[in-house]
Design a binder for this molecule. Structure first.
Ligand code: GLU
Length: 304
């Protein structure tokens, strides 16, 4: 399969069409991003790499980091994790408060804001310095020693993070947050602030493409059954209340972020990162969704 030709053809095709949607504006730093950016990177299991457009331009990965924090928590805490967060799609917006009332503060899954906050809380209780340890985990699995938190993006989100502050306090009222909400939110905003290029993002997620991929230290990152489960959660919950639509159109496990990035992967074949900042009404990259739908249909790699 001539992947470079496919990536280039689809890139040009989608770039020539109208770029619909809106850049996320509720986080001041994200609203400053040029909406015309568009980049793709495909990385295959056999180590090949194919890029197009702004694939080496850094952007804020936002919620895509929830999969990384989940993976680290799963590795560290094992099945204890599922006592405090579920694995069901929420069918609700990423920052919704409504189900928490009826679910007594147990978030539906770890890929919505509420769920990621509970995961952050569990890690804070476990690690001496969760923020530093998470960065080490990230650098180790990606082989990239330069990954850092973006202080200005974290502070920008913190300055207007009223809904997330409400979410965290609400969960605390059900005693499913053990640490101080301020500390949990600080960790949460920092993991969301990380910036990567499409190339770095695809590389970072190779550990979920195959469980034989080793960390920088030469160790298996997740056990096979754990990697399979993280992929299952991405498949069913990775796109908020558009998770069904993504499975229907694209057919791969994946995760989006309000920075306009989408990471999707095909187990045993490839990881693919797409970035285009304009979001559809559900908060997922408009061009990213379009590109991936065409890509899996052209390469016949829809999981179903
Ligand atoms: N930091 C963002 C928030 O909490 C993440 C949301 C997303 O990327 O979907 O609102």
């Amino acid at each position: 399969m001539n992947y470079q030709e496919i990536v280039d053809t689809l890139f040009e095709q989608i770039k020539s069409q109208e770029n619909k949607g809106e850049v996320a504006s509720y986080i001041p730093e994200l609203s400053k991003v040029d909406p015309s950016h568009f980049g793709i990177c495909l990385k295959t299991m056999d180590g090949r790499e194919f890029g197009a457009g702004d694939w080496q331009h850094k952007f804020s990965i936002q919620s895509i980091a929830k999969v990384l924090i989940l993976s680290w928590a799963y590795k560290t805490l094992g099945d204890r994790l599922w006592e405090r967060v579920g694995v069901e799609p929420s069918g609700n917006a990423f920052n919704s408060l409504t189900q928490l009332e009826t679910d007594h503060g147990i978030p539906r899954n770890p890929l919505i804001n509420a769920g990621a906050m509970v995961v952050c809380d569990m890690l804070l209780s476990q690690a001496e310095s969760a923020k530093d340890d998470f960065l080490s985990f990230l650098r180790n699995i990606s082989g990239n020693a330069h990954f850092q938190y973006s202080e200005h993006i974290a502070q920008s989100e913190k300055s207007v993070g009223y809904r997330n502050i409400a979410l965290c306090n609400f969960i605390k009222s059900f005693e499913n947050i053990k640490n101080e909400p301020e500390e949990v939110l600080d960790f949460y905003f920092h993991i969301c602030s990380i910036e990567m290029t499409c190339q770095e993002l695809a590389q970072t997620f190779m550990f979920l493409v195959s469980d034989t991929i080793k960390s920088f230290e030469g160790k298996i990152i997740l056990e096979e059954f754990q990697a399979v489960r993280v992929n299952a959660i991405m498949q069913t919950c990775g796109f908020y209340d558009e998770s069904g639509e993504f499975a229907f159109r694209v057919g791969l496990p994946g995760k989006s972020g309000v920075g306009g990035g989408i990471l999707a992967l095909h187990p045993e074949q490839y990881a693919i990162a797409v970035w285009s900042p304009k979001l559809n009404s559900k908060g997922n990259s408009y061009r990213g969704m379009k590109f991936l739908e065409s890509f899996t249909s052209m390469t016949k790699s829809n999981n179903f």
